[in-house]
Design a protein. Structure first.
Length: 246
């Protein structure tokens, strides 16, 4: 009688089960991660939608300044109590195509890239996203979140609301936030009563509020204000301020 060869137990079955367990674990992690991201996105949508109707109480940077200085100046005013020339001046100074883009000014971004300039091409919507919902800085995490909030703001807020929030939360001097507080600090007037020259000077200090003074302007600020004054009149004539009614 021929001897039958004994079969060695196969080792592949335990390996297959181990790989299956790993695959199941990875699948479980991915499903949990996507669920978490979906929840965070819905919370972000709800947060942005809330501020379409409710005045934002401030932002991380404003809180940091409060802790650093001990006090800040700020008084919220609706768009109806802000001089139209102030709104146009802010657009002329910070984002001339504000009414034409959807949060990112691709024309300006291409121009900066072609010129090899170090200056940014941040729009008013991007600055609003940063000032209201995020922190200041140049890390990629913040920039990625800024892009998400920028798109949400453009989708959920009208342009006039974006500019209204921006003008009420932007820093105009050390610890001075919002156009109403700035008008009172620099010119002893209200945001509604700003003259074209005063509005242009306030807009001129926006990129560097801690080193520029609207009440005692340097020659650079004077020249910048004159340019903004012309720009505000130009965008009023060519319709680039139409989204804010002016």
């Amino acid at each position: 009688m021929a001897k039958t060869k004994s079969r060695k137990p196969r080792k592949s079955a335990p390996k297959r089960r181990a790989f299956a367990r790993i695959a199941d674990m990875v699948d479980w992690v991915w499903r949990k991660l996507w669920r978490l991201l979906a929840i965070l996105f819905l919370l972000a949508v709800a947060w942005v939608l809330l501020y379409r109707f409710v005045a934002p109480p401030g932002g991380i940077f404003m809180l940091q300044e409060y802790r650093r200085i001990g006090a800040i100046e700020r008084q919220w005013v609706p768009m109806e109590q802000i001089a139209p020339v102030m709104a146009r001046s802010a657009i002329a100074a910070e984002d001339a195509n504000f009414c034409l883009h959807w949060g990112f000014d691709m024309v300006e971004i291409r121009r900066v890239i072609e010129q090899g300039s170090s200056r940014g091409a941040s729009t008013i919507t991007q600055q609003t996203a940063k000032n209201v919902f995020l922190w200041h800085g140049r890390d990629w995490t913040r920039k990625a979140l800024e892009s998400v909030f920028t798109l949400l703001i453009e989708a959920l807020w009208p342009k006039q609301r974006i500019l209204e929030v921006y003008l009420n939360i932007a820093e105009f001097d050390d610890g001075v936030f919002g156009v109403e507080a700035a008008a009172q600090r620099y010119f002893r007037t209200t945001a509604a009563e700003l003259t074209p020259t005063q509005a242009a000077r306030l807009a001129a200090v926006l990129p560097a509020p801690k080193s520029r003074d609207a009440a005692n302007p340097t020659q650079f600020v004077r020249n910048r204000s004159a340019s903004i004054l012309d720009g505000a009149a130009t965008i009023a004539r060519d319709g680039r301020a139409a989204c804010i009614g002016g």
